[in-house]
Write a protein that binds this ligand. Structure first.
Ligand code: SF4
Length: 309
């Protein structure tokens, strides 16, 4: 079958993502040491947890490493079309991977909305109960997301095992679980050679937190499958540009350190009663404590972060 003609944006992205140079192979010893360090640290945390359990995700870590006072505030999260567009678009892209023929973005999004609305979980119930105006808003945003993806990201070759919303958890059962759900995974290891590419799709502006999210995914992938991914990329749909990082031992060690620091802080704050440290920033904009927080004025207003997925 002839290769599809790529747009310049697709060519540019492909050049940044493709494999080059020497094969990436991490030593067994390094992976074993990383897991041992994680296992020992978790055992120490379990002793401090009592009967509680913790689910650690990129959002938990981003929250506790942001403002600790906000981290402890009651969760007032509500779905909106702007927040939900990423979930719908990812489902649509998942359908695209296995769809026969050439569906339009609208067909894919309609199919995704129908499927998500049938799911027995909070998000599915929210989708199923959408009023016509909100549904149209969500549909339009998700179609824009999918269209930008198909126009600017290289076509996904099924032989490279592309997966969307790919979940991983470490360990299998314990009081503290690390959980990852990756927007897009391409490739799979060959023996111990790292060939997997982990990609997060983002709209809005670049944030250092996006790189930390990917590093956390790389850590969980390594702890679960023993073979680290070779590359991490945040693909910014509005600018058709990936920001790419090669996975190294240093990246994985840094991700483990940040994860353990985050778990330690969560236990100190939630179980041991430590007073939270306020860290004003862009997150002040949607903080429920903002009205009564003098530090809120130090946080930068930012208009673009809501569409973050
Ligand atoms: S307004 Fe800002 S500094 Fe104050 S608690 Fe919220 S996030 Fe923290």
């Amino acid at each position: 079958m002839p290769s599809p003609t790529l747009t310049p944006a697709q060519e540019r992205t492909l050049a940044l993502l493709r494999r080059s140079g020497e094969p990436s192979v991490f030593s067994e010893q390094f992976v074993a040491e990383l897991r041992e360090e994680a296992t020992q640290a978790m055992a120490g945390f379990h002793d401090r947890l009592g009967n509680d359990t913790l689910f650690i995700t990129k959002n938990t870590l981003g929250s506790v490493h942001g403002c600790e006072a906000q981290h402890l505030a009651p969760d007032e999260f509500e779905w909106t079309p702007a927040r939900a567009k990423g979930q719908v678009a990812h489902k649509a892209i998942q359908q695209l991977l296995n769809w026969r023929g050439e569906p339009t973005a609208g067909e894919l999004v309609d199919d995704a909305l129908a499927r998500l609305g049938d799911e027995e979980r909070e998000f599915g119930r929210w989708v199923a109960a959408l009023k016509p105006g909100d549904e149209a808003d969500l549909r339009g945003r998700a179609i824009e997301h999918v269209t930008k993806f198909t126009e600017t990201f290289p076509p996904l070759d099924r032989r490279s095992n592309p997966l969307t919303e790919s979940a991983a958890q470490w360990p299998v059962d314990a009081p503290i679980l690390l959980r990852a759900r990756v927007d897009l995974v391409i490739g799979r290891p060959q023996g111990r050679e790292s060939r997997k590419l982990i990609i997060d799709l983002k709209s809005g502006r670049v944030s250092p937190r996006h790189r930390e999210d990917l590093r956390f995914y790389a850590l969980v992938e390594t702890l679960v499958r023993d073979v680290p991914p070779r590359k991490l990329a945040t693909f910014y749909l509005d600018s058709a540009q990936p920001i790419v990082e090669d996975v190294t031992e240093g990246v994985l060690r840094s991700a483990l350190r940040r994860t353990l620091d985050g778990v330690n802080a969560i236990i100190e704050l939630s179980i041991e009663g430590r007073f939270p440290v306020k860290r004003p920033g862009v997150h002040c904009r949607w903080c429920p404590l903002r009205a009564d927080c003098p530090e809120a004025a130090l946080g930068r207003a930012d208009e673009s972060d809501e569409g973050d997925g």
